[in-house]
Write a protein of this length. Structure first.
Length: 114
């Protein structure tokens, strides 16, 4: 069983930056993947970025060039650095982990004002 705890959301003006963190507790399979999805009101959940245990990274087009995902703390925590934020980035950001099965956090809200 894996539990995920997100932090770092908040409100920021357009052009600003935020860093989200997600700490995993419990037993992680060596070949795990951790990452972020986001969901805005009335929209489907969309992939943002993920990073494998070996450090392979994949970004959605909306994240390329502005967001940076990384692993810290011996790999049990991931961070998502978001720069040049836009109002359309406003959403609930959900951390997920694939470790034999999928696990989800409760999310952290990001609000970007114009």
């Amino acid at each position: 069983q894996v539990q995920l705890l997100e932090s770092g959301g908040g409100s920021v003006q357009a052009g600003g930056s935020l860093t989200l963190s997600c700490e995993a507790s419990g037993r992680l399979f060596d070949r795990n993947i951790m990452g972020w999805y986001r969901q805005a009101p009335g929209k489907e959940r969309e992939f943002v970025a993920h990073i494998t245990a070996r450090g392979t990274i994949n970004y959605a087009d909306v994240a390329k060039g502005r967001f940076t995902i990384s692993r810290v703390n011996a790999g049990d925590t991931i961070e998502l650095r978001m720069d040049d934020l836009k109002p359309e980035d406003s959403a609930l950001y959900l951390c997920y982990c694939h470790s034999l099965r999928n696990y989800w956090g409760r999310g952290t809200q990001v609000t970007v004002s114009s």
